[in-house]
Design a protein around this ligand. Structure first.
Ligand code: CTP
Length: 409
């Protein structure tokens, strides 16, 4: 279940050309299960009709402060306390200035002054306005009182300039919102995650690999970050975008992955090894492309790679070590052997042999196995939700070990 499921979000929309992007933001929030309530400023109304937002959210759009009937039922105080989160996107220099200086002269600025909920601003404006020390001072004073920001990006601006000031990507705004609505039970934790396949080269243009997409590991890294952890993600070659706020170390071979894991292992409290590491590599890598004219090779001389996880199991100390088991037969029995032999605290067993491949899919269905025989079947769900289920289990193990105090709300 998405972190946004059933959450009430009040979205303030202010007047600039990026208002049309707010419609896409709303669509994505609603798709993730949020109940979105829109407050539009007078100038936002110049750019888009409230009907667009009303249709997307299924809720009436609030536009004016002094409508007495509405004030009683959905007035500014109600709006201010209604949401789990208040987001202003796009946020003009004007609304940022008002919020920073306690000015409450319309519905949105009044809601911003009255709220006790977490607030996120996604600014959008001309580069000169963004760079202006007055705007920067306002942003700093809002950050100082705990307001969150998704800073604007660089690109072509509506005024014809090119520079900073463009509304951040909608996916980054949604990512920040998910983080703000996630539990903070991994705050103060350093986590090391591995993801994706490895490539073991035969010659400069050919390699042995597997179809792992890296989606599961990236989802875990993202969920850990949302839940407060500092995350290092050691990633084999994938086409995925690095999760925001995560340190990504790119590797190709099992040997490179082992070296990167070794480097980051000492500082890690939690290690989750979801990478599909090659078990064998060619004993000799040809320096030049092997040519057809030299005849068909009849065999490939292979040697074993390091079992990175098994090595970690020997020196893990009090760290939590989580492995994955990719199986095509006797899934539970094979996974339990790996759990014990690699000295793990948890193994996530995957059936990768079915007709619908887990590799590359956004969905997965797994069984979580713990030492001592406990096992939990997790039904099919998308990998981001599954990442949180795995982390719930890790949080439970840590609590049992007394590593962390009771989970903050
Ligand atoms: N693993 C690893 N290093 C390897 C091979 C696997 O760290 N050289 C880790 C994987 O990241 C995963 C776990 O070990 O977390 C199990 O990987 P899997 O491929 O399921 O099994 P193997 O241990 O390789 O055993 P087998 O191929 O016989 O199933």
């Amino acid at each position: 279940m998405s972190m946004l499921q059933g959450k009430k979000i009040v979205l303030g929309v202010t007047g600039c050309i990026a208002v049309y992007k707010a419609a896409e933001l709303v669509r994505q929030l609603v798709k993730l299960g949020a109940d979105v309530h829109i407050v539009m400023t007078e100038s936002a109304l110049q750019f888009m009709a409230p009907l667009t937002f009303q249709t997307l959210t299924g809720n009436p759009v609030i536009t004016e402060l002094f409508k007495l009937y509405e004030e009683r039922t959905i007035g500014h105080i109600t709006m201010a306390q209604r949401g789990d989160l208040l987001v202003v996107a796009p946020a003009t220099a004007n609304i940022i200035g008002k919020a920073a200086n306690g000015i409450a002269d319309d519905m949105l600025s009044t809601v911003l002054l009255a709220t006790r909920r977490p607030v996120l601003f996604a600014p959008a404006m001309n580069e000169g306005m963004w760079d202006n020390p007055v705007t920067q001072r306002n942003v700093s004073s809002l950050k100082a009182i705990g307001r969150h920001f998704v800073d604007p990006g660089c690109g072509d601006l509506a005024c014809g300039d090119h520079g900073m000031g463009r509304l951040a990507d909608i996916s980054d705004i949604v990512d920040e919102i998910e983080g703000m609505l996630s539990p903070t039970d991994f705050m103060g934790t350093t986590a090391l995650v591995t993801a994706g396949p490895t490539q073991e080269f035969i010659d400069p243009v050919r390699f042995i690999s597997n179809p792992s997409s890296g989606k599961m590991g990236y989802a875990i890294a993202r969920a850990l970050r949302h839940r407060g952890a500092e995350v290092v993600l050691v990633s084999g070659p994938t086409t995925l975008t690095a999760p925001r706020g995560v340190q990504v170390v790119q590797v190709l071979s099992a040997q490179e992955m082992a070296a990167a894991v070794d480097k980051h292992f000492p500082a890690a409290d939690v290690i989750i090894k979801s990478a599909a590491v090659a078990d064998y590599r060619p004993r000799v890598v040809a320096m030049h492309k092997v040519k057809k004219r030299d005849g068909t090779p009849t065999s490939l001389d292979l040697e074993s790679t390091t079992d990175i996880l098994a090595d970690l199991g020997k020196k893990k100390g009090s760290r939590i070590l989580v492995g994955f088991a990719a199986e095509t037969q006797d899934m539970l029995a094979n996974a339990r052997v790996k759990l014990e032999q690699k000295n793990l605290d948890l193994i996530v067993a995957n059936d990768v042999g079915g007709s619908e491949s887990v590799f590359g899919s956004d969905m997965n269905k797994v069984t979580l196995l713990l030492p001592g025989g406990d096992c939990v079947d997790v039904p099919a769900m998308n990998k981001q939700d599954l990442a949180h289920r795995i982390l719930d289990c890790v949080a439970g193990i840590r609590k049992k070990q007394g590593d962390i105090p009771d989970e903050p709300a």
